[in-house]
Write a protein that binds this ligand. Structure first.
Ligand SMILES: [Zn+2]
Length: 64
């Protein structure tokens, strides 16, 4: 992804800055705990496409 994109991209919900997670190819909003996917180099800046980091943490396996 073009790193200059990070300068213009903001979270569509809180308009806050995003952090690029290179490994996961996601843009992270720390305020909303959402991860926006990047597909084919295109950031998908839709809240309904974002991964909820809170839900991901809550969905950790608990069996055992
Ligand atoms: Zn946000």
């Amino acid at each position: 992804m073009d790193p200059r994109l990070l300068d213009i991209l903001v979270c569509p919900i809180c308009k806050g800055p995003l952090k690029y997670d290179k490994a996961a190819k996601e843009l992270i909003c720390n305020a909303d705990k959402l991860a926006y996917p990047i597909r084919d180099g295109i950031p998908i800046m839709w809240a309904d496409q974002a991964r909820d980091l809170n839900a991901a943490a809550a969905a950790l396996p608990t069996e055992g």
